[in-house]
Design a protein around this ligand. Sequence first.
Ligand SMILES: Cc1cc2nc3c(=O)[nH]c(=O)nc-3n(C[C@H](O)[C@H](O)[C@H](O)COP(=O)(O)O)c2cc1C
Length: 135
Amino acid sequence: MGADLAKGGAYLEEVVAADIIVIGAPMYNFSIPSQLKAWIDRVVVAGKTFRYGANGAKACCRKTRRFSSLPPRKRLRASSPAAALEHHESYLTGVLSFIGLTDVRIVRAEGLAFGAEAKEAAMSRARENIAAMAA
Ligand SMILES: Cc1cc2nc3c(=O)[nH]c(=O)nc-3n(C[C@H](O)[C@H](O)[C@H](O)COP(=O)(O)O)c2cc1C
């Protein structure tokens, strides 16, 4: 138990110390992979990255910290009828804002399974967005 808590604590300290956090997160069944969820469960911790007060939960991380997420998707596009099932970006943005990481920037690579041309166009758009973000 002690070793497990120490490991979890290290992930938490890493997040608190970071200026920028970059996550590459594929979409799995409309949401994030379970491994990423396990990491979130290590870093969204009451009394550490948020605390409950008289007015409900309050974030503890500095608000200026930037978090970038690069979610590749094979099929789900923002314009798809299944877009209502999107629990990837909405969840990540919500849970990170909950602990104070409000500067969340998303780079999408979507529609990658719609042929070589669509894939290259999506990847090239994503690369441009990353370059613009880094500038
Ligand atoms: C279990 C599983 C579930 C997936 N679910 C979705 C999904 O809901 N929507 C989607 O667009 N892509 C889905 N994908 C495709 C992944 O997003 C894709 O595998 C990921 O972007 C990595 O790309 P690669 O397989 O070419 O390496 C899924 C893939 C797996 C393995």
